[in-house]
Design a protein around this ligand. Structure first.
Ligand SMILES: C[S@@+](CC[C@H](N)C(=O)[O-])C[C@H]1O[C@@H](n2cnc3c(N)ncnc32)[C@H](O)[C@@H]1O
Length: 377
């Protein structure tokens, strides 16, 4: 939302009042206790009922527009105007000072506002490309994604709600280039933000297919965080709705290479060890390799759960594969950190590299932790 208003007293004109951004702005004004007047050039604008006061204005192309606006400003004591329409905004940007001295145009250019996130994504990628991570030196690297592909990834990831900080996204992108072949398994997907990223990386770098393992159940959201603040928020979520949101977020990006098990991690690992096929109504049937190139652990963050996730799944990671423990740095508890540190201490001789970036711990195995077993079909 473009928010720049600084109007004290007087009325704010929102025009055209029916545009989605106008309605968002109206809500913000109502919350802030501002006096708002909506206006439209339509004879019957169905959104007029949402405004406390309403007026008609001619189309901006009409010869009488400027005079009608001046009259409206005078009759309603208008001190500021909000318009998400780029043509009206441009006209007012050029003429408002002369038409109605003292009346402010409250928002910045609508086109600039729409494009800001695309420009930011490109700037992020440029910074990324100029500072590649010094990992896997001497190892084969998959050909890098183009600047455009990475900017698209960043931009679209931003549209999905969830927790995946920029540094972690950057590091995931880098380790994906250095990944061996195999499945990508995510423990804990919720609305699908990191899953989207992993699905995209899996396909872009031709690593393998993505399997998301999550019970999507409120009971499993309980983290027993020290202050109880996290658990209090989690209790307000609807896990069934979260799964639907996950499906909506991942479906457009699945090219028969994404599926999920609606199971807690331990049961998911049992299924994965015994069968290579996963079937859901949303994604159809997906066949996995049964060995993991990248394991992303972002499930329940208690020490017991994070340790169990590592214990159940790490043995299935290929030599050269990666294990990412999310929220290694976490303000609400140290479960993932204790589990991650213990894992590194226990398997020191089989770890090629380990580092922390953003909130996550990244571990690359030099050797498998478990002998490879044949899986049943
Ligand atoms: C922090 S959220 C995941 C966030 C997600 N990765 C993202 O990018 O926004 C934690 C998730 O772990 C899931 N979870 C909790 N217990 C689990 C378990 N035993 N096995 C697998 N997932 C679990 C929860 O249902 C929740 O979806």
């Amino acid at each position: 939302m473009q928010k720049t208003y600084n109007v004290t007293g007087g009325t704010i004109l929102v025009f055209p009042g029916g545009m989605p951004k106008s309605l968002e702005f109206l809500q913000q004004c109502v919350t802030d206790g501002k006096t708002v007047l909506g206006a439209s050039s339509l004879a019957h604008d169905p959104t007029r009922q949402q405004y406390p006061a309403w007026a008609h204005l001619p189309y901006v192309t009409d010869a009488g527009f400027d005079a009608a606006l001046q009259a409206l400003v005078a009759s309603h004591g208008i001190r500021g105007i909000y318009t998400p329409n780029p043509v009206i905004w441009d006209h007012l940007h050029r003429t408002l000072q002369a038409l109605a001295p003292g009346v402010a145009l409250l928002n910045t250019s609508p086109a600039d506002a729409e494009l800001a996130a695309y420009r930011k994504a490109q700037a992020q990628v440029d910074a990324w490309l100029h500072q590649p991570l010094a990992i896997g030196v001497g190892q084969p690297v998959r050909p890098g994604a183009s600047r455009l592909q990475l900017a698209a990834l960043f931009r679209h990831a931003e549209l999905i709600p969830g927790m995946c900080d920029r540094e972690k996204m950057f590091a995931l992108g880098e380790i994906a280039r250095h990944a061996v072949d195999g499945d990508i398994v995510e423990i804990g997907s919720w609305w699908g933000k990191s899953a989207f990223l992993l699905a995209w990386l899996a396909r872009c770098y031709g690593i393998g297919k993505l399997l998301c393992v999550d019970p999507w159940s409120n009971a499993h959201l309980v983290q027993h965080d020290a202050t109880g603040l996290v658990d209090q928020v989690s209790a307000q979520f609807d896990a069934n709705e979260a799964l639907t949101v996950f499906e909506m977020n991942l479906l457009p990006y699945s090219h028969d290479h994404v599926n999920y098990l609606r199971l807690p991690s331990e049961l998911g690992a049992q299924h994965y060890r015994q069968r290579r096929e996963v079937q859901t109504e949303a994604f159809g049937s997906t066949r996995y390799q049964g060995r993991i190139a990248l394991l992303h652990i972002d499930g329940n963050h208690t020490y017991a759960a994070a340790s169990a996730d590592l214990a159940c799944w790490s043995g299935l990671v290929n030599a050269g594969g990666w294990i990412v423990v999310d929220d290694y740095i976490w303000p609400y508890g140290n479960g993932p950190q204790r589990a991650g540190d213990e894992f590194i201490a226990r398997h020191q001789g089989r770890i090629a590299t380990a580092f922390v970036m953003g909130s996550a711990l990244f571990i690359q195995l030099s050797h498998c932790l478990e002998e490879q077993h044949a899986t049943q079909d």
